[in-house]
Design a protein around this ligand. Sequence first.
Ligand code: SDX
Length: 382
Amino acid sequence: MSDELKRGLEGVLVAESDLSYVDGEVGKLVYRGYDIEDLAQGASYEEVLYLLWHGSLPTREELDAFAADLAAERAVDDDVLDTVRTLADAGERPMAALRTAVSMLSAYEPESDADPADLDATLRKGRRITAKIPTILAAFERARQGEDPVAPDPDLSHAANFLYMLTGTEPDDVSAETFDMALTLHADHGLNASTFTAMVIGSTMADVYSGVTGGIGALSGPLHGGANQDVMEVLQEVDASDKDPVQWVKDAREEGRRIPGFGHRVYKVKDPRAKILEGKLRDLAESSGDTKWLDYTTAIEEYLTEQGLLDKGIAPNVDFYSGSVYDSLGIPVDMYTPIFAMSRAGGWIAHVVEYQEDNRLIRPRGRYTGPEDSAFVPVDER
Ligand code: SDX
C-alpha cells in the first residue's frame, strides 16, 4: 500500500472502463474506440447515448426504437414543473434548480424499477432522467421569462426538441445540428470530477438519481463545467471594456486572474472538442456575419499561446469555445453549464452502470495529521 499523497487523485488509476479514452498528450478523445471527430460529424446524440449505454453504434432500426423510447419519456410531472417555476421565481441558479428537479424524479418511478441492484432498471431510470433534463431546463428558462412551459414534441430529435421547448418554435436545421453536435462532444470524458462523483455515489449502491444529482453538483464548479459560463462572462467583460481582448487579458493576468477555458488536468495540448467547436463557431460566424466572439476568442488564444502557456501544457479546453456557439443559438449564458449536464448525464449513467457491474465501494485513505491522545474535559470545566 503506497503512502505517497496524490492531491486531487492526480494520475491515480482507480478503475477500468470501455467507455471513453482521453489522450492528453496528442489531444485525442474516443468513445468506445470511435474518434470524437467522426462522432461529432456523423452521429446524433441519440446514437452516442446508445453507443455508451449499449456498447455499439445502433442499426437504423435500433436507433429509431431507442430514440422513440427516449422521446416517450420527455414529459415531466406537473409537481416537478411547479417546483421548477417556484425555484425560477425565487431566482434560483439553473444548476441548483436542475439538481432539485432531478432529485424529485425518483418519486415517480415505477415500483418495479426500485431495486438499485437491478442494472436494467438503472438504465431505464437513466433514460428517464436523460429524457427529462431538457424539459426541466426549458421550463425553468421559460418560467424566468414569465412564459408557460412548451410541451415536448416526440417527433423532434433530443437536441431539436430542447431548442423547440426553449423558444416555442422549431429550430432551423443548422441550429439543431449544431446543438446536437455540442451534446455529442460533451457526453463523456473519462473519469472527470463529475463522472467520478457519480461513480462514488453509485459504488455505495445508491440509486442513479443520487448519482446524477451528485454529478450535477460537481459539474457546477468553475474549475469544471462552470467554466463555459465564465468564458462568456470574460468575453462580455472584454466587450464592455474600452480595451482590446489582448490588453484585457494582459491586465487580467497581471491581476493574477486565470483565464477560464484554458488548462486541463489531462490535455496538455488543445482539446479536440475545442478544435471542433472553433470550426463550428467559424462557420456560424461567417454565415451570420457576426464574428465578434470568434475574433475575441482567437485573439486571446493566440496571445496566450505566444505567452508560452501552450509550451507549459496549458491550452484551450472544451469550455473555451462552447459558450460562443451557444450564444449564437440564442441560449442564455447561465444555461451553458446546465446544457453541459444535459449531455454529460448520459456519460454519468453509463459509468455508474458499468462500475456497478463489477462494483467495489470507493473508499480511499487519508493521512491523519491531527493531535493524538487528547484528554477530554467536560464542557463546564473548560
Ligand atoms: C472541464 O477533467 C475533465 O475531463 C473535465 C472536462 C470534461 O469534459 O469533463 O474536460 C471539462 O472541466 C474542462 C476544464 C474547465 N476548467 C477551466 O477552464 C478552468 C481553468 N482551468 C483550470 O483552473 C485548470 O486548468 C484545471 C482546474 C482545469 C486543471 O487544474 P490542475 O490540473 O489542478 O492544474 P493546476 O491548477 O495545478 O495548474 C497547473 C499549472 C499551474 O501553473 P503553476 O502554478 O504550476 O506555475 O497551469 C496553470 C496553473 O497556474 N494554469 C493556468 C490556467 N489553468 C492552469 N494558468 C493560466 N490560466 C489558466 N486558465
